[in-house]
Design a protein around this ligand. Structure first.
Ligand code: SAJ
Length: 415
């Protein structure tokens, strides 16, 4: 089956780059989203999210007439669902966006179509997707649900790209193709082969769902280990950065870096899906989440100690984003720490975030000032490194040696 027309549901950080890359291979792509603003922006050949080179790829695809965005679904050969899967209170996965996507595409599905779930999902979500579609379309046979021979193919192929390197990783990363049946795997592999250079590895849908959650949990557990080491090292008066660099000289040790906590919408969220599915059994995974979630509190206490040394503390928080060299503030520990400092009346709080133009809503009206790095260096007596953005990495020892420094990223451990 050749894929002449592909529909991507959800045009966010994953859906839009995926749609644009497939369109760049000459396939007609219809992107569907609930945001009118996103649709208008994309149809003008522009982007509503920040990701290196994405603007160029989208503009080229729209200009060539291969990519079009719409608020309503239309018939296609394949549907790729890339909608958010956040968690609700109590860390339970919220699948309502997937359900809404199922309802949106169900009316236009035709025999022989392929439906792929890309959203990071708890185990069983792909099967649920098939049953939601079956409810809407009793005239079609969905795999794993209908007793008849399936005439629609459903698979899970989790996205695995790193924000900041999305376009490169979309093409070069290996993909896990989890079909509800082996025929579903075959169809989905055919689709991914149109734009993926990495290997496409077949498995079942449940294993593919768990594989994605496992990747992010592995990273979360490793970072929690590093964060725990940083707190132990503080207590024992050891430089944790030197410690980890030394331990990592062992050929079979690879400890990640401690930081102010774990942010973003993936690593801080996905492990909870495993905990929710197996609450008694997922002990390390839960503890790692708790350690990483507790780290911002620990950092705030260290900053308060530093500020207490001054009569008029001026605290400059370097970075608000959830990681280096991006503008994404979602689930950012740096933002939470800055907010906590403002609430706690620690002193005058300055925020330096070279990737944004105005103070985020959460910090407005809190007495926090968004300033340049230069200004912060001139007036602050406490310097807090929260994100390892490039301009902060370029600082020299004479920029900071008159300040009390709380360095959560190990930028100055070299001085
Ligand atoms: N962090 C540390 N120490 C480290 C590495 C990261 O504290 O050594 C922190 C970062 O500062 C950030 C958070 O962890 O706050 C997450 O950053 P990240 O770069 O590790 O990951 P994300 O959330 O940007 O992207 C991850 C990736 N998953 C893995 O590397 C296993 C990406 O490939 C996934 O596609 C993405 O999650 C996702 O969408 O699930």
């Amino acid at each position: 089956m050749a894929f002449k027309k592909v529909s991507v549901i959800g045009l966010g950080y994953i859906g839009l780059p995926t749609a644009a890359v497939i369109a760049s291979r000459g396939i007609e792509v219809i992107g569907v989203d609930v945001s009118q603003k996103a649709i208008e922006t994309i149809n003008q050949g522009k982007v509503h999210i920040v990701e290196p080179d994405l603007d160029m790829v989208v503009q080229a695809a729209v200009t060539m007439g291969k990519l079009r965005a719409s608020m309503t679904a239309e018939p296609a050969d394949a549907f790729m669902i890339a909608v958010p899967t956040p968690f609700k209170d109590g860390h339970q996965p919220d699948l309502s966006y997937i359900e809404a996507a199922a309802k949106a595409i169900a009316p236009v599905l035709e025999k022989g179509n392929l439906v792929v779930l890309e959203s990071t999902s708890p185990v069983g979500a792909t099967e649920k997707l098939a049953s939601w579609l079956q409810e809407q379309r009793p005239d079609l046979n969905f795999p794993g649900v209908s007793s008849g021979e399936p005439n629609i193919y459903v698979a899970h192929c989790p996205e695995r790209v790193l924000p900041g390197r999305v376009l490169e990783e979309l093409v070069s990363n290996d993909r896990i193709i989890g079909g509800i049946t082996s025929k579903c795997c075959e169809k989905a592999t055919e689709l991914y082969k149109t734009f993926v250079r990495g290997d496409c590895i077949s498995t079942n849908a449940r294993t593919a769902e768990m594989a994605k959650l496992t990747e992010n949990s592995f990273r979360d557990v490793n970072i929690a280990f590093a964060n725990e080491l940083s707190i132990i090292s503080d207590k024992l008066k050891i430089n944790v950065w030197e410690l980890i660099a030394l331990a990592n000289r062992h050929p079979r040790v690879n400890i990640l870096s401690p930081g102010p906590g774990v942010g973003g919408h993936c690593i801080a969220v996905d492990p909870w899906f495993i905990v929710d599915s197996a609450p008694e059994e997922a002990r390390i995974i839960r503890t790692a989440r708790e350690i990483n979630d507790h780290k911002p509190e620990y950092v705030v206490s260290k900053i308060k100690e530093a500020a207490d040394q001054f009569k008029r503390p001026v605290v400059a928080c370097l970075g608000l984003a959830f990681k280096a060299d991006i503008d994404d503030l979602r689930e950012s520990p740096a933002l939470d720490i800055t907010c906590e400092l403002a609430k706690a009346n620690v002193g005058q709080i300055l925020a330096v975030e070279p990737n944004i133009q105005e103070l985020p809503a959460k910090l407005q009206g809190q007495g926090v000032e968004l300033v340049s790095l230069q200004h912060a260096l001139e007036v602050a007596n406490v310097l807090v490194v929260l994100v390892d953005h490039k301009p902060f990495k370029a600082l020299q020892s004479n920029d900071i040696n008159t300040k009390v420094v709380v360095d959560t990223r190990g930028l100055f451990s070299r001085f």
